[in-house]
Design a protein around this ligand. Structure first.
Ligand code: NAD
Length: 497
């Protein structure tokens, strides 16, 4: 497990050192005309073969240049994220900088193996030939990213795309303009735009980009927009990787350590103000553990964010007023249908601040239980029979993540074998994302394809199957015109080879 996640959930930090100023030195957003976007795309199309021919060494050099540049601008990235939604610099380090630099290090360490031609077996029927898989880049690719982890979710896929030898256009979210601006600066400093370019803009810009015949589209965002992206990709038969969201359930069973579960759930839920695709969206706690769990999770919320989280610099904000209102709308709907707040509930409209909030009695048909929350509200449900919980989970779309807190192997396997999810952690929250050896992504509604490490490299790679005929083979005896002898050979081939 990466070091920050060994230590972080077990310690409560109080930061009083450096906090960036709200004044940003970052330049204003630059949008491009459709003509300029098309010209950029054409330029990359022309240049793609040169990039594709680049050696392992050349690609590693580019990745290291990117890493050094990210580190050079580390404090400006922290400042940007603070300006975008008051994210603490240490949280920026842990959830934006570290995942990107660790992805680069992992990729550089393994790229030679990933890029190598892969020899495969030759069947006897094809005797006289050899076959191998050649890893060729897809070509010119588009990466569209969301705002919740803008650096990590833009540069992470970029690392895989560069490693695979592609030309890349990046389109980050319009909702974190400071992050987009510093990313553009980094991209412009590291790359010629005929190889990698970052285009700022909102939905219209995304749609202009999507109308172009990219060879692959890597999209991270909501399932609703994922469907639009896939529809646009279909017009050009572009392949897609869709990293989507959804509601990630968490189960705390009767054998779990309540202390561990409460601490790790509180951390995984309220980091980034709950605006995390793999945050626990709702928790099922075994009836026997519920009273202790409620006490513990409240006490960890206090420990992490003090009695008044609005004064605690470690606690981020909702990204904007629309999302603030969206989340409070879900809460109001749930309360109108019988839910009640058992912890938190305070808000500050002018700051887009919502206190870490726990709710009980949340009806299954309320928006809080049907929509992805993506904010600091956590519904708690108690259960007696795990199969009832499994039935509820399986009655919904497949989640991006499913978390199990348990000390019983049989019970863990029962849940794993009877549910479906993009990924899972046992006795932790969200940290599977940080293991670069694991593929990361969803399944159906929560995503198509996987990202990170080798899986990310594969997403941007075409596995070109190549057969080399070295000497005449038996198939040459089977060319037309057909006769009895040839038919016997065919019969023999079908039966024995
Ligand atoms: P979003 O889908 O609204 O936007 C994502 C990107 O798509 C942005 O760059 C945006 O400009 C663009 N976009 C928005 N509407 C578009 C349209 N109609 N046509 C074309 N492009 C459009 O998502 P968001 O609000 O930025 O992020 C939150 C969502 O992302 C949540 O659902 C979350 O679960 C998901 N997410 C998933 C992952 C993952 O790795 N699976 C990671 C982070 C976030």
């Amino acid at each position: 497990m990466p070091w920050p996640f060994i230590f972080f959930p077990f310690a409560v930090f109080r930061f009083s050192f450096y906090l960036p100023s709200m004044e940003s030195s970052i330049s204003r957003s630059q949008t491009r005309s459709i003509e300029s976007i098309t010209a950029l795309f054409e330029q990359q199309k022309q240049h793609q073969y040169e990039v594709a021919r680049s050696s392992v060494r050349a690609r590693i050099k580019k990745l290291k240049r990117l890493k050094n540049c990210i580190l050079k601008y580390r404090s400006q990235i922290q400042e940007a994220l603070y300006n975008d939604f008051r994210k603490h610099p240490s949280e920026v380090d842990m959830t934006e900088i570290y995942p990107t630099t660790s992805e680069i290090k992992h990729t550089c360490a393994h790229l030679k193996d990933w890029m190598c031609d892969e020899k495969v077996v030759t069947p006897i029927a094809l005797l006289g030939s050899t076959s191998y898989i050649h890893k060729e880049p897809k070509g010119v690719v588009l990466i569209i990213s969301p705002w919740n982890f803008p650096i990590n979710l833009t540069f992470g896929p970029l690392v895989s795309a560069i490693a695979a030898g592609n030309c890349v256009i990046l389109k980050p979210s319009e909702h974190t303009p400071h992050a987009s601006s510093i990313m553009r600066k980094i991209v412009e400093e590291c790359f010629d735009e005929k190889e990698v370019a970052l285009v700022e803009g909102a939905v219209e810009t995304a749609q202009q980009l999507l109308s172009l015949p990219f060879n692959h589209i890597f999209f991270t965002g909501s399932p609703a927009v994922g469907k639009i992206v896939m529809g646009a990709a279909a017009k050009n038969l572009a392949s897609v990787t869709l990293e989507l969201g959804g509601k990630s359930p968490t189960i705390v069973d009767e054998t779990a350590s309540v202390d561990v579960a409460a601490r790790r759930i509180a951390w995984g839920k309220f980091v980034n103000n709950g605006q995390i695709c793999i945050a626990p969206d709702y928790v099922f706690v075994h009836k026997s553990k519920m009273p202790a769990f409620k006490d513990k999770i409240k006490s960890y919320i206090h420990k992490f964010y003090s009695e008044d989280p609005s004064q605690e610099v470690s606690y981020a904000r909702m990204v904007n007023n629309n999302h603030y209102k969206r989340v409070l709308g879900y809460q109001e709907d749930a309360i109108n249908k019988g839910a009640h707040v058992i912890h938190g509930g305070k808000t500050k409209h002018e700051e887009d601040y919502i206190e870490p909030t726990l709710l009980e009695n949340v009806p299954m048909d309320s928006e809080l239980m049907t929509e992805e929350i993506f904010g600091p509200l956590l519904p708690l449900h108690s259960y007696e029979n795990i199969d009832d919980v499994i039935k509820i989970i399986n009655g919904r779309e497949k989640p991006l993540a499913l978390y199990i807190y348990s000390r019983n192997k049989k019970k863990i396997n029962h849940i794993l074998n009877n549910t479906r999810a993009g990924g899972s952690c046992i006795n932790h929250t969200g940290v599977h994302f940080y293991n670069t050896h694991l593929p990361f992504g969803g399944s159906n509604n929560s995503g198509i394809g996987k990202a990170g490490g080798k899986a990310g490299f594969d997403a941007f790679t075409n596995n070109r199957g190549i057969l080399k005929q070295n000497m005449p083979n038996a198939l040459e005896l089977l060319t037309p015109p057909y006769n009895n002898f040839k038919q016997k050979l065919i019969d023999f081939t079908i039966k024995y080879l």
